[in-house]
Design a protein around this ligand. Structure first.
Ligand code: IPD
Ligand code: CA
Length: 272
């Protein structure tokens, strides 16, 4: 196993312990709102600090982009070629409500290329990992996207818009069409896990608008290493920048992207 992946797993498990402990005492949880419908707890912050400490101890010359603390330059003071992209608790709203669907997501990027990925579900003790060029794994067993061929048989994951509601009507028009044309849609509430579920074949596709890089970076590598496809709304690779993502098995991805593109206003399509 690549040493950086090993350290990322150690960091994710450490955060998982913090989150699991806190989940036993949700009544005393202090919740703050970063913006409407965007919450943070001291658990997000403590878990993030533990992850950053673990990663920086091993890699002081790497930069960090994390949900709660934003960008941190490399501790060594050098210009960083590598950057960790971290979501310490993806699915904070679920966590606050005691819904056991959330994860820790850690990716390592070299420039724009994601090289290592960890998505850890501390409720089910499911550890999804990938290294670029070396495949994707769930608890050390190789995973692949599903073999489902038709959109009509596909189970699709999604995320409802809830912060930025400007494109809600577009979202609902696509949602409606996919209700009619697929086997069903799910919105569990943790995008990194949704992407991991595409990678291991539980879903055949996933789409969401307005995500942040830390929601997607690790999950996207899991999918491509598991044989799936990931893009932005134009079918290009800029989803970390645009925040809009479409993913799926090779056969489901193309008709799904086309269906979505056909219902997008020019402004969204051009953004990608
Ligand atoms: C959120 C979850 C959710 C998605 C949101 C994300 P957070 O992350 O991944 O599924 O729909 O867009 O922001 O805020 O709980 O870390
Ligand atoms: Ca998140």
């Amino acid at each position: 196993m690549h040493p950086a992946l090993n350290i990322a797993i150690k960091a994710a498990r450490r955060a998982g312990q913090i989150i699991n402990r806190a989940s036993n005492d949700l009544d005393s949880l202090k919740v703050a709102s970063k913006q409407p419908n965007d919450f943070v707890t001291e658990v997000d912050r403590t878990a993030e600090a533990a992850i950053i400490e673990t990663l920086q101890e091993a890699y002081p010359h790497y930069a960090i982009l994390a949900e709660e603390t934003g960008h941190t330059a490399a501790r060594s003071g050098q210009e960083a070629e590598y950057q960790w992209i971290i979501d310490p608790l993806d699915g904070t709203t679920n966590f606050i409500h005691g819904m056991p669907q959330y994860a820790i997501s850690i990716a390592l990027a070299k420039g724009n290329v994601i090289e290592q990925a960890v998505v850890y579900d501390p409720n089910r003790n499911e550890l999804f990992t990938a290294t670029k060029g070396a495949g994707a794994f769930l608890n050390e067993r190789r995973i692949r996207v599903s073999r489902r061929l038709k959109l009509g048989e596909a189970l699709i994951g999604t995320g409802f818009p809830y912060r930025e509601l400007g494109h809600l009507d577009t979202y609902l028009a696509i949602f409606r069409e996919l209700v009619e044309k697929t086997a069903g849609q799910r919105r569990p509430g943790a995008a990194s896990l949704d992407l991991a579920y595409v990678a291991c074949g539980r879903y055949d596709g996933f789409w969401e608008f307005g995500l942040s890089p830390w929601d997607m970076a690790a999950g996207a590598l899991l999918i491509s290493e598991a044989g799936g496809l990931v893009s932005d709304l134009r079918g290009d690779a800029n989803y970390l920048d645009t925040g809009n993502i479409v993913a799926g098995t090779p056969k489901v991805f193309a008709p799904m992207l086309k269906l979505i593109q056909d219902r997008l206003p020019e402004s969204l399509l051009n953004r990608g």
